[in-house]
Design a protein around this ligand. Structure first.
Ligand SMILES: *Cc1c(COP(=O)(O)O)cnc(C)c1O
Length: 404
């Protein structure tokens, strides 16, 4: 973290709140060099923008909180043994999320691959070395998934060498289960797209003695989701660290049963005979993830939500008087749970199209990204805005919509 970037961040934070993180940053001491004054993005000719879109990987996800950046800075000056770090941080994280065990992974996708690999091989290094070639090894080869839960990220599971068997009903699950079945996979964000509920999925797993995994990548908040699914009986829970939790963008968590986490770790660096070697995560990210999680859990989540709501309201206040503008706030029940503003434009009254609004926001100064636009509306959120940026977004939108 460069002092300049930190100051830029802090300048957007109320004065009182800025005191502590800044004081902590004196840790930098003599380290703050001339580089601290460099603006790398402008040197490189890279556009930065106000993020009124959300936590998109393509937009570099989220911004780490000062506490996380401080933790990264403070731990970057010393060596430690990676396994010892993962062991001890894992224990702390497990306590925070009320699971048996946990490990910091290189994102939710990586947690899915490693978790399934751990189920397939246990702690057997010989078996780990064979992945992704499973045929003829005696290892299991199939994962069962509901049709409605089939999104691109299933590739994380296929990376182990497993095939995905698609089902729709509980009867089909029972018929699909055989001696090759390794795991039952559930995707929380699509739980309304499947016929089988969380509880039923878990009980099918328990009845047939097959481990269950749930992907809750973008489903935090609500914060309770961090422990709810262990309590429900899922054996493994995978979550992204760099979405709303604002940990390192390259981090995530695999949480759950001790034996599977121990198996997953056989596939992780420093070991290199495995499919997980490329999913390396170093001390700064491990500790950064831990501190981001700790901070996230300790937040007043009602207040956070109210703040996002207030920022969206500020934008509505500025643009709704414009003739032909209709606004609607929706809170998705699953995934990206934040007030999401849909702005509908009446083509009879407003000349500009929603997609043109999006490109004007993007090409303006400062540049602003929103979540999306189509023929009738554009969509934005406030949860990745810094305090006060909603005023800039609102002002810019008002100009564009009024055709100024
Ligand atoms: C974002 C996402 C992932 C991938 O998570 P990373 O942390 O980026 O690896 C997996 N599944 C779902 C449903 C997601 O939204």
């Amino acid at each position: 973290m460069k002092r300049r970037a930190l100051l830029k961040y802090l300048s957007a934070v109320p004065v009182g709140a800025a005191v502590t993180p800044y004081a902590g940053f004196d840790l930098l001491g003599g380290q703050a060099s001339a580089n601290a004054r460099r603006d790398y993005f402008s040197e490189l000719g890279i556009r930065t923008f106000i993020n009124a879109a959300g936590t998109y990987t393509g937009m570099t996800g989220s911004l780490m909180r000062p506490e996380t950046l401080e933790a990264i800075q403070a731990t970057a000056h010393d060596f430690c043994m990676l396994d010892e770090l993962q062991e001890k941080v894992g224990e702390r994280i497990a306590r925070l999320v009320k699971s048996e065990a946990a490990v910091v992974t290189a994102g939710c996708f990586s947690a899915m691959t490693l978790g399934l690999a751990g189920i397939l091989t246990g702690e057997d290094e010989k078996k780990a070395e064979m992945l992704p070639h499973l045929e003829g090894t005696g290892m299991k080869t199939e994962v069962i998934c509901q049709k409605g839960h089939d999104i691109v990220y299933l590739h994380a599971l296929k990376n182990t060498g497993c095939r995905i068997i698609m089902v729709e009903t509980a009867d089909e699950v029972v018929r699909a289960i055989n001696e090759r079945t390794a795991m039952l996979f559930f995707l929380n964000v699509q739980s309304d797209q499947g016929k089988i509920s969380h509880e039923e999925w878990v009980s099918l797993g328990k009845k047939h003695d097959i481990p269950t995994m749930i992907d809750i990548a973008a489903d935090v908040p609500p914060v309770e989701n961090l422990w709810k699914f262990h309590e429900m009986g899922f054996d493994l829970v995978c979550v992204s660290g760099g979405k709303a939790m604002r940990g390192p963008q390259s981090a995530g968590l695999l949480m759950g049963k001790k034996k599977y986490i121990a198996g997953a770790r056989v596939h992780m660096p420093p070991r290199g005979f495995n499919i997980g070697r490329g999913m390396k995560i170093n001390k700064e990210e491990v500790i950064g993830m831990y501190i981001a999680l700790e901070k996230f859990i300790s937040l007043d989540h009602k207040k956070e939500f109210a703040q996002q709501q207030a920022q969206v309201d500020e934008i509505i206040k500025m643009i709704s008087p414009v003739s032909g503008v209709r606004t609607e706030v929706k809170v998705p029940p699953l995934g990206n749970v934040t007030p999401t503003l849909h702005v509908f434009l009446d083509p009879e009254k407003i000349k500009i199209k929603p997609t043109e609004v999006q490109s004007k926001l993007r090409s303006g100064s400062p540049s602003i990204e929103i979540a999306g636009a189509d023929e009738e509306k554009f969509v934005l959120t406030a949860w990745m805005l810094k305090p006060q940026q909603e005023k800039i977004v609102a002002g810019r939108l008002q100009e564009i919509l009024k055709g100024i």
